[in-house]
Design a protein around this ligand. Structure first.
Ligand code: SD4
Length: 325
């Protein structure tokens, strides 16, 4: 089935976009937008990134901010109960609780995050509130839920019938092997460049299915699951969070771009680092997407099967990322 899908996909070795028409410039100590970026770009992980990009690109084309584009884009996926790795309908932990992780970041360094959040279906919107309404960056667990309720979010049961059935199926064996992300669905990470040359990113997930109660992955961690810097570019991760955390994955991708690597090269070099840090990577999947401040984009994964969605101009395309194996 995956094989079939690939025939529809375009493979890029280097996603150089032709969108940035202006000259980049920098000011000391302050991130500065690129002049004259005429067309925005949005890139998201996995097939469900298409739905996020459609909403996000529309916002960008109407001169909306990259921040609004990524937030409103991923909310579409959080609200979709058929996506069982994000938001409503996410797979629960081994005790049957759906616990959500998310973070959001702007190119000027502002960011917000929630982890181990229960009963609130839009963790990305709560993360944005943490960024905008508190002096903090990260709030977790019952504190995050309390904050969400204070901000007017609604408490609801996130365990759908379909996910409960899968969970009960899993309970029959109860074998915990976090082999995630080899399938073609997972965390949604979205990066956007707006018409003013500002970048933003959002990352939201229900994490590894059947995880230990309280386990938190890379997705709500700034630098691991997501990193954005208007001076350079943005990057986000999908895959086994533990592997991404131990390499500070997304920040490393941005730093590799800072040192001159293309977006795809940068994603690849961090995948190589992850490969070198693990004895057995046969069941390990990690993928990155990256968007440079001039609109160039790229992706790379350890294992084949990682797709990413790209929206720009009037078009939305799904691509197969280049992989190590
Ligand atoms: C995690 N990175 O919690 C997430 C899992 C995931 O696509 O779904 N990645 O480890």
């Amino acid at each position: 089935m995956l094989q079939k899908r690939r025939t529809f996909l375009k493979t890029t070795s280097l996603g150089l976009s032709v969108l940035a028409t202006g000259t980049a410039y920098r000011c000391q100590g302050k991130s500065t937008p690129i002049a004259n970026v005429t067309h925005p770009v949005i890139i998201s992980t996995w097939d469900h990134g298409m739905a996020a990009n459609k909403v996000g690109l529309n916002i960008l084309k109407n001169k909306g901010s990259a921040l609004d584009a990524v937030e409103k884009g991923v909310i579409v996926v959080e609200n979709d109960p058929t996506v069982q790795t994000v938001g409503l309908g996410g797979f629960p932990d081994r005790e049957g609780n759906v616990t959500l992780d998310a973070c959001i970041m702007k190119g000027d360094g502002q960011c917000g995050s929630v982890a181990f959040l229960q009963d609130i279906k839009n963790p990305i919107a709560v993360a944005r509130k943490v960024m905008e309404k508190t002096p903090h960056i990260m709030i977790v667990g019952s504190g995050a839920k309390q904050f969400a309720l204070e901000m007017g979010f609604k408490e609801e049961n996130l365990l759908t019938e379909a996910s409960r059935k899968k969970y009960e199926e899993w309970l029959k064996t109860g074998v915990y092997k976090p082999k995630i992300n080899i399938e073609n669905h997972d965390t949604i990470s979205t990066l956007a460049l707006d018409a003013n040359g500002h970048l933003a990113g959002a990352c939201t997930t229900s994490g590894a299915a059947w995880k230990m109660h309280g386990r938190v992955g890379d997705s709500p961690l700034i630098a691991a699951g997501l990193f954005v810097d208007d001076e350079v570019g943005a990057a986000a991760a999908t895959g086994l969070g533990e592997a991404v955390i131990r390499t500070a994955g997304s920040a490393m991708v941005v730093e590799a771009m800072r040192h001159g690597q293309s977006p795809e090269e940068a994603c690849r070099s961090v995948c190589l680092r992850i490969k070198d840090k693990h004895k057995d990577i046969s069941d390990l999947q990690v993928g990155f997407i990256a968007l440079r401040k001039d609109g160039a984009y790229g992706a790379y994964s350890l294992q084949p099967g990682f797709t990413y969605a790209l929206g720009q101009n009037e078009t939305h395309e799904l691509y197969q990322a280049t992989s190590m194996f």
